[in-house]
Each structure stands twice: as structure tokens, then as C-alpha cells.
Design a protein around this ligand. Structure first.
Ligand SMILES: O=C(NCCCCc1cc2ccncc2s1)c1cc(-c2ccc(F)cc2)cc(O)c1O
Ligand SMILES: [Mg+2]
Length: 214
């Protein structure tokens, strides 16, 4: 049977990147997506904004909603000091299977815990599954209509603390209007928009960074 796009992306990593070198994995995926097939990774332009926020926060506990092929997982995990854990949730088993191999190729499997399932089911189990009290950093990049319900769920489960940072992808394209309206008008968040472009295109998109004020 024909291969899938995530499988072709993984093959590009295995053929072009250096095992154990996260930067070469990132570059191989970006090259594949620019020159062979577009894929919905956060990409290099928004990816460097993601990098700067992760470096500023220096999280000890981090959550990613939406793993896909593991591109942003590798971007985040490569910046985390030893002893920190990135938990990443993926709904689609085929995406998760590819992401595990991409993360392992980058040599970051010891810093990442990939959990398969729906965010709405898994978020309430974070404490019992991982003993996580609160997340310092959350990268939101899954179903666009789940952004708002899932941050409300994070609040309800008391998984956010004063100063927790949320960084949301695609707030313009495909767009998350209800989420934006909420974090920009809620007294519980201080929000800032980082203008950029949809990965590998000239279409406007951006990241919204929101600090939970408690
Ligand atoms: O849908 C996108 N991303 C989510 C995939 C959904 C995967 C999920 C993970 C998970 C984990 C736990 N619970 C539930 C879920 S659901 C997405 C789409 C575009 C795009 C932009 C323009 C286009 F023309 C076409 C696509 C660009 C992007 O950067 C994206 O991130
Ligand atoms: Mg995205």
C-alpha cells in the first residue's frame, strides 16, 4: 500500500539527518516540507519563536497538545535541561508511531513522554499518571476547537499556576477565534501575539503567548 505523508517525512529524516543530532532532524523535516511535501509542523519561522519562549521559561514541567510527527516535540525537548520532562499528547496512532521514531532518531526519547489519546480524557489524568502538580509551559497545537475547552480543563484540574505560560499555534490560520477572545479578555491571562506565517508559506499566522495570572 502507498506510504503516508508522515511515513515519507520519517524516511527523509532517516536518510538526511544525523542520528542523535536534534538540529539535523529539524533541518531535514523543514527541507522535506519546503521542497517535497507541505506538512503541518510548526515550521522554522514560528519554531524559532517557540524556541525563544521555551528558553525564556526554562520549564521543569512541559505539556504539548498535538504531537503530529514530533517536530515541535524535538524543538522543545532539545532545549530542556536534563531531569525535565515533556509530556506530549497525540490522538492519531499513525502520527504517534511516526513521532516516536522521529523523537528517538533525535536521541530525545529520555526527555519525552508521548501519550496516545484525546486531550479531554488525558488532561484530568496528568496528576495520577505522572505526579505532575502544575505545568510551567504548555504548547497548544491540536484540534483548533479544543484549545479553549482544554485550557479551561487545565484550570479546573489546577494544572496551571501563577506564571504558567501557554503558547498557542495557528491562532490566525486555521484560526482559533474563541480561544483568542477568551485569553485576550479574561482577567486571568496576560496575552501577547507574535505575528508570523503559516509554516512554509507566505500566509499570515501567528503564536499567542498567554501568562496565567492565577
Ligand atoms: O489541524 C492542525 N493541527 C492539529 C491536528 C490534530 C491532531 C490532534 C492531536 C490531539 C491530541 C490530543 N487530543 C486531540 C488531538 S487532535 C493544523 C492544521 C494546519 C493547516 C493550516 C492550513 C491548511 F490549509 C491546512 C492545515 C496547520 C497547523 O499548524 C496545524 O497544527
Ligand atoms: Mg500547528
Amino acid at each position: 500500500t502507498r506510504s503516508t505523508r508522515p511515513q515519507r517525512l520519517l524516511r527523509a529524516v532517516q536518510q538526511k539527518a544525523i542520528k542523535g543530532d536534534p538540529q539535523s532532524v529539524i533541518s531535514a523535516i523543514d527541507y522535506f516540507c519546503r521542497h517535497s511535501e507541505w506538512a503541518m509542523n510548526v515550521g522554522d519561522e514560528k519554531g524559532s519563536i517557540l524556541d525563544s519562549v521555551v528558553c525564556e521559561v526554562c520549564p521543569t514541567t512541559a505539556l504539548e497538545l498535538g504531537t503530529y510527527c514530533g517536530y515541535s516535540t524535538v524543538r522543545i525537548a532539545r532545549l530542556l535541561p536534563p531531569g525535565t520532562k515533556l509530556i506530549t499528547l497525540e490522538f492519531n496512532p499513525a502520527f504517534a508511531a511516526v513521532a516516536r521514531q522521529v523523537i528517538e532518531y533525535a536521541g530525545l526519547q529520555n526527555k519525552v513522554c508521548l501519550v496516545e489519546g484525546a486531550s479531554g480524557d488525558l488532561i484530568p489524568k496528568m496528576c495520577q499518571m505522572f505526579g505532575i502538580k502544575t505545568f510551567d509551559f504548555v504548547f497548544i497545537d491540536h484540534w483548533k476547537d479544543r484549545y479553549l475547552p482544554d485550557i479551561k480543563l487545565l484550570e479546573e484540574c489546577q494544572l496551571l499556576r501563577k506564571g504558567s505560560i501557554l503558547l498557542a499555534d495557528n491562532v490566525i490560520c486555521p484560526g482559533t477565534p474563541e480561544y483568542l477572545e477568551y485569553v485576550r479578555n479574561s482577567p486571568h491571562y496576560e496575552s501577547k501575539y507574535f505575528k508570523s506565517h503559516l509554516e512554509y508559506t507566505k500566509v499570515e499566522d501567528g503564536l499567542e503567548k498567554s501568562v496565567f495570572l492565577g
